[in-house]
Design a protein around this ligand. Structure first.
Ligand SMILES: *Cc1c(COP(=O)(O)O)cnc(C)c1O
Length: 422
């Protein structure tokens, strides 16, 4: 089935006595056992339901739908995108291991790597997500290469297939944060060789800026045979790779992130995410069209110094965007205001577009990354992440393009255009 059909049909309940057409919210913390054997079996195998920290039918339905949308072997949902990245890396590394990561990653991910994994004695190498740079720092201890499908706000696309080949050869997991790939509506890194994708479902999947959620998905792969945590006996004396095959990684994510870590997605949020996924492709289509229209219009405005949008053929990201994105070029664009930080400040003071640090909302949101989302990162690292003092990031929403353009024009009119190049 195609994405549009899977988005409304996959994951629906099969065994509910009332035959609901949609997915009910199972608001229950625990599930009963019929007898000693039933309870013992469920605890021994993790089959069926025992307690919502481990598994919940509403959340399980969402996991099935997400796995279908990206042709994954399975999915584990968590409380947020941060929780998804955290649990993924916890499942992949042990003390003394190393991670290679792109310097342009989401700020929260950089913080997680430096402040949490750094404290745990895991060494992190930040290098550009290109084959040669990654190859130069890979070694026997490397357990994960972590990149984003589309850098935020750098709008850089990594060489996914090149990195996948390298990681396959060196038996290292390629983990792609596919939040900007909108759960497969725009990008499907697993089909290009990534072993794992993580998502912040808070963004396009939810689509309404209303809740937080995250997910981890993986594909069929023999890679896990080369990780001691999957080939050594676990606490119950079982070998995860033998017990679960390619799903052993996701089982570890569930164990560490949910069962023990408690970073659980609420079934109410899972229900809202189900609603979000059903209109995802339509929303993405509209938002991408809006973004392209606005990118072209912004390019012609005298107060705008530069525009970055992967869908502009002149954009440095265009060739890879054309290779890896489907159905559009995303709904994020960035542009620079002339007159430096002063011009930018005037622009934002007169802008009626909502200023908020989120993306993928139904509403268009503007943000000045230099002083907000990336302000806690040291200046050189900020520049390396592609952030500039005059940069505005726009997450284009579903309004009429004419109205968004009008609101941007009001901000631009307030910028005293300095005629010299800056
Ligand atoms: C928002 C975001 C995250 C973190 O997700 P939360 O749901 O806010 O925890 C991770 N990666 C990317 C690319 C994001 O945009």
């Amino acid at each position: 089935m195609d994405f549009a059909s899977l988005a409304v049909l996959s994951g629906l309940p099969e065994h509910d006595p009332y035959h609901p057409v949609g997915v009910p919210i199972y608001a229950t913390a625990a599930y009963g056992f019929t007898d000693l054997e039933d309870g013992a079996y469920k605890f021994a195998t993790n089959q069926g339901y025992t307690y919502t920290r481990i598994q919940n039918p509403t959340v399980a339905a969402l996991e099935a739908r997400l796995a279908a949308l990206e042709s994954a072997v399975g999915a584990v949902c968590l409380a947020s995108g941060q929780a998804a990245s955290f649990a993924t890396l916890l499942a992949l590394v042990r003390s003394g291991d190393e991670i290679v990561a792109s310097p342009g990653l989401f700020g929260g991910t950089v913080g997680l790597l430096n402040q949490v994994f750094g404290l745990m004695g895991i060494r992190v190498h930040f290098v550009e997500p290109e084959v040669e740079a990654v190859q130069a720092v890979l070694n026997e201890q490397t357990r994960a290469v972590f990149v984003e499908v589309l850098g935020n706000p750098s709008l850089q696309l990594p060489d996914l297939e090149g990195l996948a080949r390298l990681c396959e050869e060196r038996r290292v997991a390629l983990v792609v944060d596919n939040t900007f790939g909108a759960v497969g509506a725009l990008a499907r890194p697993l089909e290009h060789g990534a072993h794992v994708v993580v998502h912040s479902l808070t963004k396009w999947a939810s689509g309404h800026g209303s809740i937080l959620g995250g997910a981890v998905l993986s594909r069929e792969t023999p890679l896990w045979q080369h990780y001691p945590q999957f080939t050594n006996p676990d606490a119950q004396g079982k070998i995860p790779w033998e017990q679960f095959g390619a799903r052993c990684f996701l089982e570890r994510v569930r164990q560490l992130g949910l069962s023990l870590g408690g970073m659980v997605l609420s079934p109410f949020n899972a229900y809202l995410l189900f609603q979000g996924l059903e209109t995802l492709e339509l929303r993405i289509e509209r938002a991408c069209q809006n973004a392209l229209t606005l990118a072209r219009w912004l390019e012609s405005q005298p107060q705008v110094a530069w525009v970055r949008y992967p869908g502009l053929p002149s954009d440095p990201a265009y060739p890879r965007a054309a290779q890896y994105l489907r159905g559009g070029f995303g709904s994020i664009l960035t542009f620079g205001i002339r007159g430096g930080i002063e011009g930018t400040s005037r622009f934002l003071a007169h802008l009626r577009i909502i200023q908020a640090p989120n993306v993928g909302d139904a509403r268009t949101l503007a943000v000045h990354p230099w002083t907000t989302t990336h302000s806690r990162i040291a200046e050189p690292a900020r520049l390396a992440a592609g952030v500039r003092p005059e940069m505005i990031r726009l997450s284009v929403g579903l309004e009429s393009p004419h109205d968004i353009q009008q609101m941007l024009a009001e901000g631009l009119q307030a910028v005293e255009w300095v005629s010299h190049e800056d």
